[in-house]
Design a protein around this ligand. Structure first.
Ligand code: HEM
Length: 212
C-alpha cells in the first residue's frame, strides 16, 4: 500500500524554525549581527514605503517634500529620523557581521558561496546609503549627486558612458533624481530581497559554522 505524502503547513514550518536548536557556541552576541541587520532592513522597508507616499523626485520639489514630511506629516520628523538612524545602524551591523564571519573563519568551504552572496549584500547596503543620501536634494544631497556621478565618469574606458547613464543626460537634472529614486526604492530592494532569500536558504541548508 502506497503511503500518502504528509502535508506540511506553514504552521509546521514556522514551528520547526522557532524550535530549531541554536548550537552552544553560536549563543553569543557576535552571532546576532546578521539577524539585527535583517530586522533593520525590515524597518527600512516599512518606513521607506511611508516616506515614498510623500516624497517628490524632482530637483524643485524634493527638498520641499521632505520639509513637508518634517513639518506637516503626523510623526513625519520621527519617521525620517528612524529611516536615517536605521540606515546607518544597518551599515554598522553588516560590517560587524562581516567581521564576525572573517574572524570565525565562516567564509571557508563549504560556505564560500554564501560569502560571495554576502559581499554583494554589503555592496547593496552601501548603494542604499548613497542613493538615499542624495534624495532630499539639500546642499549635501546635491553635491553627493554631482560627486557620485563624477566618480562614475572618472572610471577608465567606460567612464563617459557610465556618467551619461548615471546622470540620465549631460548634467544632473530631474531625470537623474528619478533614476536614483527608482534604484533606491525598486532595483536595490528587489535584488537585496532575492539575495537575502538565497543567503538564508544556504544557512538553513548548511547550518551555522562550527566553533573555532
Ligand atoms: C543585508 C546584509 C546581511 C544580512 C541581513 C545577513 C544575515 C545573516 C544571518 C541572519 C546569518 C546567520 C548567522 C549570523 O547572524 O551571524 C548570516 C550568516 C552568514 N553570513 Fe550574512 N548577512 C548579511 C550580509 C553578509 C555579508 C556582508 C557577509 C560577508 C561578506 C555575509 C556572510 C555570511 C556567512 C558566510 C554566513 C554563514 C556564517 C556561519 O555559518 O557561521 N553576510 N547572515
Amino acid at each position: 500500500m502506497a503511503l500518502e505524502p504528509k502535508e506540511v503547513g506553514v504552521k509546521d514550518m514556522l514551528k520547526e524554525i522557532a524550535e530549531h536548536p541554536v548550537p552552544k557556541h553560536a549563543r553569543s552576541f557576535i552571532f546576532c549581527f546578521g539577524g539585527i541587520a535583517f530586522l533593520l532592513f525590515l524597518v527600512q522597508v516599512v518606513t521607506g514605503i511611508v516616506l515614498a507616499f510623500y516624497y517628490k523626485p524632482t530637483m524643485e520639489g524634493a527638498y520641499q517634500s521632505v520639509m513637508f514630511i518634517n513639518n506637516e506629516v503626523f510623526m513625519g520628523k520621527a519617521l525620517r529620523s528612524v529611516h536615517n538612524i536605521a540606515a546607518n545602524l544597518m551599515l554598522v551591523m553588516v560590517v560587524l557581521h562581516f567581521l564576525r564571519v572573517v574572524f570565525t573563519g565562516a567564509y571557508k568551504p563549504p560556505r564560500q558561496f554564501n560569502w560571495v552572496v554576502g559581499v554583494f549584500l554589503l555592496l547593496l547596503v552601501i548603494m542604499f546609503c548613497f542613493t538615499g543620501y542624495l534624495l532630499p536634494m539639500d546642499q549635501v544631497g546635491y553635491w553627493a549627486a554631482i560627486i557620485g556621478t563624477k566618480i562614475l565618469g572618472s572610471i577608465p574606458v567606460v567612464g563617459d558612458q557610465l556618467l551619461l547613464l548615471g546622470q540620465a543626460g549631460s548634467k544632473v537634472t530631474d531625470y537623474t533624481l528619478i533614476r536614483f529614486f527608482i534604484i533606491h526604492i525598486v532595483i536595490l530592494p528587489v535584488i537585496t530581497i532575492g539575495l537575502l532569500i538565497v543567503h538564508f536558504l544556504m544557512i538553513r541548508k548548511q547550518g551555522i559554522s562550527g566553533p573555532l
